[in-house]
Design a protein around this ligand. Structure first.
Ligand code: SF4
Ligand code: SF4
Ligand code: FES
Length: 333
């Protein structure tokens, strides 16, 4: 099995593993961001370039470095390969350039965008972007396309990651939509209208890393960080029936698939579970969802709040000890 070293951490991985997957096996901050790769969908990756890394040693057999940054979601590991991500300032500068390009035409919609708070582009911009834009031209805009009453397409926010195209292609029978035109006028084709009738089409909302595809049944109902995510399940003959209910009190505002720490859906869910079962009584609630992400949602999460309470009570105890003369005396003794 080939061995690869990423940011000075060595791991042995199965033949054919990509650098990105190897980094995910190691875990932690060295995992490159990925805006288009999606491990649950075949043929994804290679579009956005956010996952670039610097290969300083190609392999044991051919130790020459690779001349340019490579997309880690596409490049497979070779035995003896050495890779830099966070440990290369040049690479981080190059990634900041990629983020700058992704944001060139992106609207400043965050205050009104339903994806805010769980947006991969927001996180990417915050962690890898620059504070200001150098772009002085009008931003590219598209005409609104109505794709039905369940999914909203907001093409101006699309970063052309192709994830929704692959989802439609692989989950909804028959190829129904894709990207048309080239360069900065490329757009998701209007044939997406035909895809939304399929009973698995709602998964396009979950795979979209930005607010280009959002749930119309949830739109403008609440900011996502005001809702309480709860794991829930029901018996469903079309999908796994395992979801997250985004609740406010007893009301179910939104239903999504469960996502892992890389923001990828664990199991696909059908449109009936996603859009039709909006009553709490339709579901067996398992408990609060663990959200292991940097988003503002996890900042308000109960587990963290209860941890905070423990930390505060620990701090209180320490302070009380510090102000207790007996403790001070006994410590001094
Ligand atoms: S898609 Fe993300 S970055 Fe873009 S406007 Fe919406 S929240 Fe902001
Ligand atoms: S609509 Fe969303 S998922 Fe589809 S290509 Fe655009 S950004 Fe990607
Ligand atoms: S995640 Fe690798 S190119 Fe987009």
């Amino acid at each position: 099995m080939p061995k690869v070293t990423i940011d000075n951490q060595t791991i042995e991985v199965p033949e054919g593993t990509t650098i990105l997957e190897a980094a995910r096996m190691i875990g932690g901050p060295s995992v490159p961001p990925a805006m288009c790769y999606y491990s649950k969908l075949a043929g994804t990756g290679g579009y956005c370039r956010t996952c670039i890394v610097k290969v300083t040693k190609g392999s044991e057999k051919d130790p020459r470095p690779m001349p340019k940054p490579v997309p880690s979601c596409r490049q497979t590991v070779m035995d003896g390969m050495e890779v830099q991500n966070l440990t290369s300032p040049d690479l981080l500068e190059a990634r900041a350039g990629v983020v700058e390009f992704l944001l060139i035409n992106h609207p400043l919609d965050c205050p009104i965008c339903d994806q805010a708070g769980e947006c991969d582009l927001q996180n990417l911009g915050y962690e890898n972007g620059k504070q200001a834009t150098r772009y002085e031209f009008p931003r590219r805009t598209f005409d609104m396309i109505d794709i039905g009453d369940k999914i909203k397409l907001h093409m101006n926010r699309c970063i052309l990651c192709y994830r929704c195209v692959k989802t439609a292609d692989q989950l909804c029978p028959g190829r129904v939509h894709g990207v048309i035109s080239r360069g900065d006028v490329s757009e998701i084709s209007t044939y997406i209208e035909n895809a939304v009738d399929n009973e698995m089409s709602g998964n396009m909302i979950d795979v979209c890393p930005v607010g280009a595809l959002t749930d119309r049944t949830f739109r403008f109902k609440s900011r996502v960080w005001f809702t309480k995510p709860m794991d829930a399940h029901r018996n469903c003959d079309k999908c796994c029936g395992k979801t997250v209910l985004w609740m406010s009190g007893e009301e179910v505002y939104r239903i999504t698939a469960r996502k892992n720490k890389y923001g990828e859906v664990e199991e696909w869910i059908c449109n009936e579970c996603r859009f039709e079962k909006k009553s709490r009584n339709d579901w067996t609630i398992e408990g609060p969802r663990h959200i292991d992400r940097h988003s503002v949602i996890s900042q308000n999460h109960y587990e963290q709040l209860s941890q905070l309470k423990v930390d505060i009570s620990k701090q209180k105890q320490l302070l009380e000890k510090a102000h207790n003369p007996e403790t001070i005396n006994s410590n001094q003794i």
